[in-house]
Structure formats: structure tokens, C-alpha cells
Design a binder for this molecule. Structure first.
Ligand SMILES: Cc1ncc(COP(=O)(O)O)c(C=O)c1O
Length: 396
């Protein structure tokens, strides 16, 4: 047995000691402090005795997990000549990528325009403006593609208005996947062998990128995707969603369906309760996606073999959620505090069995684009070596 920062005993299933990471970038610039985020052991009382998981605290990046991909996408676009010096960057975002792009804009000298919708927290909009970004808010959802498609349409308008403007297109840009190789290397350096990885899925970038690199070290790795109810990513019909960050109302090509061994849809009440319990028990928490990921990680820490080494990626911290997840009035208004915390998910055999409305698991993941009629904008992805259903990461 060894001890972690809180001074309690770590079970033998945890590595006990984290390895220091070598610095790879000068740390005296804003971009230089991105990455090398800490790991925290989440054990008792959040998890059962002798059970737990490692949380990768991506909220310790200046903006969040998407600082990694924002910098990487901008750097590669500059290298390829797709983004000229001083030319504007335009992107659709619910916030976290916006923070990263603002950082990239400051680092490389590009004006940044971000398209969002009324669901963006006022705090986030102000923060983005403070970091020098121009924030455009769409006012009406697209009739079938929801707010996300409406945002993408507005991006297209802004791009048409300025031929020099560049859109990273986080949903389909393979650089959004490749950007996460260093995160996978950090995980292996910090934890060593990893048996189970739990990841939130929005554009699919970090789940695809981390899995691709990690499986070279841990071929047996079990990858568990976490989505929100009402999201289309894993084949459910689009419904109104209040959880931000994870989930989608389109089918981003960067989602690598073949990477996942199972998927969980988590409801907002469960995510809220879990984020709050996590805050009280371990001080490290976040918002919708952290609550959802931690919900699933806690359950897996009980149901996977005790020897499994489990890692969950926490994409950001709690700050932007003070007016939603951590606001009692907001939660009461949305009926999020009326439900007891669930200990286990419902189960469906096929992602299309029924519309899920609370935490549900499906152990069979398929690419919904292979099942529905394909549009010109969202072509089906080719098969990948790891996938029976196709991977979007090789194409844009
Ligand atoms: C807070 C948060 N969680 C999860 C995700 C999903 O990550 P990805 O887009 O890499 O799938 C995002 C993406 O923006 C996010 O901002």
C-alpha cells in the first residue's frame, strides 16, 4: 500500500506512485503551460472501499482539454499555408475549444471569431471576449440539425464574407484527433498499464486520438464512451439537450466508432449529482461531462475486475458551471435535484432499441451513419483497421 495526496491508503490496483513527466515545451509562454496535467486518485468515499479510478485533470490546462487541439490545429494550418499570418480563425464552439482558440490566437497573432448559441453560459461568453475573441450568437436552431447545425451555417456565412478566414472544423478535422497523442503519452508515463479508459464524446477528437495512441501500449485496452441523452452520436434520435461539451446533434466524422467497446448515455440529473458529490469528496470536479464520466467510472470501478486499472479523462474544471450545475435555482428549474443518484445504468442491447431518457448502457457500438441515409455533408466513414463500422479520422 502507498498513500496519495489526501493521505489515505491506495489499493494495490492503483500504481501508487506517479512518474514525473519531462518538460517538452518552454513553460514561460501561455501555450507552454498547456499539457502535463495532474492525475488524481478517486477512491473512497466516492467509490467503494478498495475500488477507484485515476482522473486526468484536464481542467488544469489554461482553458481546458481543448487547448491541446486548438493549438495543434492552428499550428498545422499555418504550416500547410491554410492559415496565413494574421488571418482570422472562425469556429463553432460551445466554449472549451473557444478558450483554446483564443489562446492560439494570442500565441500566433490571429483574430478569433467564435459562433455559439444562447445555451452558452454568460460567464463563458464574457471570458472569451476578455481573451480577445469575437463571439457571435445564433438565435434560431436549424430545423433538423439543431443549434449545432445553425452554428455551422453561421460559420459558413462568416467564411464566405472573408476569403482569408480559416475554420479548423473540429468535427471533421483529423488534426483534432492527432492533437491528443501527447495526452495518451502522458497517461502511460503517469499510470503505466491502463485496462479501461472512460472518455466523453463530443466531436470525438480526444476519444479517438487518445485511444489510437494508447492501444499501441495497451492493446487490450477497453474504451468506454460517454454521451448525453438526446445526442445523436451513437444512434439515438436528436432531442433537446442541456448538457454542454459532450454530445451532438450531428454525426461528427472524427468519432471513431470502432474504438469503443461500450457506450453510456448519462442524463443531466445524474451528471449534476455526481459532479456535486465529487466536489465534496475530492475537491476536483467539473460540469456536465465530468459528472457523466465520473458516473460511469464509479460504476466500472465496482463492476470491472478489482485488478483493472481504470482511467477517466475529466475535460475541464467547475468554473464555467457555477450558473448551471452548481446553481440550485437553475437545477430546480430543470428538475435536476428531484432524482436520487443511480448506482447502475439501464441496459439496451442495440443503440436503436428505444429512446433513452436516463443513464443507460449499450455494449454494442455501431456507426449510425452506416445505418441511416447518408447526406453529402456527412458522408459515411471508411472502415478502419480497428473497426467493423468505420472510422472518420482519416478523412475530412
Ligand atoms: C467540457 C467538454 N467535455 C467533453 C468534450 C468532448 O470532447 P471531444 O470534442 O474531444 O469529443 C468537450 C468538447 O468540447 C468539452 O468541452
Amino acid at each position: 500500500m502507498s498513500t496519495h495526496a489526501l493521505g489515505t491508503a491506495l489499493p494495490e490496483t492503483s500504481p501508487g506512485r506517479l512518474l514525473p513527466l519531462p518538460p517538452t515545451m518552454p513553460q514561460h509562454t501561455p501555450a507552454g503551460v498547456v499539457g502535463h496535467t495532474p492525475m488524481l486518485w478517486i477512491g473512497e468515499p466516492f467509490c467503494a472501499p478498495q475500488r477507484g479510478f485515476w482522473a486526468k485533470l484536464e481542467g488544469h490546462n489554461p482553458g481546458g482539454i481543448k487547448d491541446r487541439t486548438a493549438l495543434y490545429m492552428v499550428e498545422r494550418a499555418r504550416e500547410r499555408g491554410q492559415l496565413a499570418p494574421g488571418a482570422p480563425v472562425v469556429e463553432s464552439t460551445s466554449g472549451t475549444l473557444g478558450l483554446g482558440l483564443a489562446l492560439a490566437g494570442i500565441t500566433y497573432g490571429h483574430p478569433v471569431s467564435l459562433v455559439t448559441d444562447p445555451g452558452m453560459e454568460p460567464l463563458m461568453a464574457r471570458l472569451l471576449a476578455a481573451y480577445g475573441a469575437e463571439v457571435h450568437t445564433v438565435t434560431e436552431p436549424h430545423p433538423s440539425g439543431g443549434w449545432q447545425q445553425a452554428r455551422r451555417d453561421r460559420v459558413a456565412e462568416l467564411l464566405a464574407a472573408d476569403p482569408a478566414a480559416y475554420c479548423p472544423d473540429q468535427y471533421n478535422n483529423p488534426d483534432n484527433v492527432a492533437a491528443y497523442a501527447p495526452l495518451a503519452h502522458e497517461l502511460t508515463a503517469q499510470v503505466g498499464r491502463i485496462d479501461t479508459l472512460i472518455v466523453a464524446v463530443g466531436t470525438g477528437g480526444h476519444s479517438a486520438g487518445v485511444t489510437r495512441t494508447l492501444r499501441a501500449f495497451c492493446p487490450h485496452l477497453r474504451v468506454v464512451g460517454v454521451d448525453t441523452i438526446g445526442s445523436t452520436i451513437f444512434g439515438q434520435p436528436a432531442r433537446p439537450r442541456i448538457m454542454r461539451g459532450l454530445g451532438s446533434s450531428i454525426h461528427p466524422r472524427n468519432v471513431d466508432y470502432g474504438a469503443f467497446d461500450e457506450v453510456h448515455w448519462v442524463d443531466p440529473a445524474q451528471a449534476v449529482r455526481t459532479s456535486r458529490v465529487l466536489a465534496c469528496s475530492h475537491y476536483a470536479t467539473g460540469g456536465w461531462s465530468v459528472g457523466a464520466v465520473a458516473t460511469v467510472a464509479r460504476w466500472l470501478s465496482l463492476t470491472r475486475p478489482a485488478t483493472d486499472r481504470i482511467v477517466a479523462i475529466f475535460p475541464d474544471g467547475p468554473q464555467r458551471y457555477f450558473d448551471t450545475v452548481f446553481n440550485d435555482d437553475y437545477c430546480a428549474e430543470h428538475g435536476l435535484l428531484d432524482h436520487p443518484l443511480l448506482d447502475e445504468p439501464d441496459e439496451i442491447a442495440d443503440t436503436r432499441d428505444r429512446v433513452v431518457t436516463r443513464w443507460t448502457r449499450c455494449a454494442r457500438v455501431v456507426d449510425p451513419r452506416a445505418l441511416v441515409s447518408v447526406t453529402a455533408e456527412e458522408p459515411a466513414a471508411p472502415k478502419s483497421s480497428h473497426s467493423s463500422t468505420g472510422s472518420g479520422e482519416e478523412r475530412r
